[in-house]
Design a protein around this ligand. Structure first.
Ligand SMILES: NC(=O)c1ccc[n+]([C@@H]2O[C@H](COP(=O)([O-])OP(=O)(O)OC[C@H]3O[C@@H](n4cnc5c(N)ncnc54)[C@H](O)[C@@H]3O)[C@@H](O)[C@H]2O)c1
Ligand SMILES: [Fe+2]
Length: 388
């Protein structure tokens, strides 16, 4: 067996209503004065008030920072850290999607170190520690609650990642009650993102490992079986719980067996067109998988029954094709745009997108098949028009 390493969060707590018991977890970590990081939308729909009140009633002092925006810029991270410093907090809690969790992760590090944010980007660049950290996802997508990564917007079209074991939280709390009101479109986009995490982890070229493989398979099965219900009948608590569990397992998988060309080709769509991360992935997913077939057919065939169902049979080629067709059907059923043209991408920008995708070398090295500039352009072209 190939040697491998696998790291994940020290503790996962899962249960309906767990977000109202955060004070217990704070106390276990010795935290009495907390920075609660979230976004204004979640405050306005009434999701944060009860969580904040429950902590306050249990004697925890709470400083609310509710200024996180989607794809958070550096200024938001610095403002969160400044708010925490002013209140002298001794711990950080995020309740929100990947944007809030990523801000909380870096703020917890900034509050415990003199290192400048600009020196934190890259892999294992953090020189200090972090404050105690609890992450509570309200979307089922990024898996940020169990990844060592935070993604920050650094320019007009650019994002940068801080990747460090320091950013793995002390506790990830999964509470399906928080995601019952997640709008169908966000549920669909973030859910497909999680499915892509599972698929790309399972075919990751260099760091694929048996622990990630099992998590990826479990994740894909949970996500594929529940995504339609979560989107079309979002009050179904069991489907929401399954999506949260699936997204977390996919996060654990790709934190150790990193994502590849789907994400590499998705990022430029976010940068140039502000297409949300999950939708960007969804738009290029079928074309990237078809491109990868010569190298990944066997692995895609192994994943087919998790998405298509136990009835899938035949050669590796037939089962791999069934996986891709089934994913295309999911995208249609979720009412997501299926082509780049439908999503408003201009045909004359495909060369620029392909050039930008080639810069994602950190991701492309994980792809089962080498990707050249011509390949990237060919994939964008294939994703542009409906398939004949
Ligand atoms: N750290 C990682 O490992 C990692 C991985 C992938 C992506 N990311 C980053 O995560 C961010 C995307 O995160 P996201 O997709 O979770 O979305 P998000 O946090 O940006 O939230 C998207 C929208 O959904 C709303 N929302 C969230 N939960 C809701 C709920 N329960 N009910 C109603 N509305 C709700 C928010 O208010 C917001 O308007 C991006 O910045 C991306 O780069 C991080
Ligand atoms: Fe992703």
């Amino acid at each position: 067996m190939q040697p491998f390493t696998f790291s994940t969060v020290a503790r996962v707590v899962s249960g309906n209503g767990e977000a109202l018991k955060l004070a217990v977890h704070c106390a276990n970590l010795g935290v009495q004065n907390v920075l609660l990081v979230t976004d204004p939308g979640l405050v306005s729909i009434g999701l944060i008030g009860p969580v904040q009140d429950a902590m306050g009633a249990a004697g925890i002092r709470v400083t609310l920072f509710a200024k996180v925006s989607e794809d958070p810029p550096e200024a938001v991270v610095l403002a969160a850290a400044a708010a925490g410093k002013e209140s002298g907090v001794d711990g950080v809690v995020a309740v929100g999607g990947g944007s809030s969790m990523d801000v909380a992760k870096v703020a917890a590090a900034l509050l415990c170190s003199d290192q400048a944010l600009s020196d934190m980007y890259g892999v294992e660049q953090l020189t200090g520690g972090r404050l105690p950290l609890i992450l509570v996802p309200t979307t089922a997508g990024t898996g940020s609650e169990v990844t060592p990564v935070a993604v920050i917007t650094t320019g007009e079209t650019t994002k940068a990642g801080v990747s460090s074991a320091v950013l793995l939280p002390d506790i990830a709390v999964l509470d399906a009650d928080l995601s019952l009101g997640l709008p169908p479109r966000v549920t669909a986009m973030t859910g497909v993102d999680a499915m892509v995490h599972a698929i790309e982890a399972y075919t990751s070229k260099i760091k694929k490992n048996p622990v990630s493989d099992n998590l990826a398979r479990s994740a894909l099965s949970l996500l594929a079986r529940n995504i339609r219900t979560a989107v079309h009948d979002g009050r179904q608590r069991d489907a929401r719980g399954a999506m949260l569990l699936g997204a977390m397992q996919a996060g654990q998988a790709f934190a150790n067996a990193p994502v590849a060309a789907v994400h590499a080709l998705a990022y430029p769509l976010g940068g140039h067109y502000h297409i949300p991360h999950g939708l960007s992935n969804s738009l290029v997913l079928p074309a990237v998988l078809r491109f990868n077939l010569p190298e990944a057919m066997g692995l895609y065939a192994e994943l087919a029954e998790l998405v298509v169902g136990a009835t899938v049979s035949g050669s590796d080629e037939a089962r791999a094709e069934a996986l891709i067709s089934s994913l295309e059907a999911v995208i249609v059923d979720l009412s997501l745009p299926a082509t780049l043209s439908e999503a408003g991408v201009r045909e004359d920008s495909l060369e620029t997108l392909a050039q930008d995708a080639m810069l994602q070398t950190r991701l492309l090295v994980n792809n089962p098949r080498d990707v050249t500039y011509e390949d990237a352009l060919g994939i964008y072209r294939a994703a542009f028009w409906p398939r004949a």
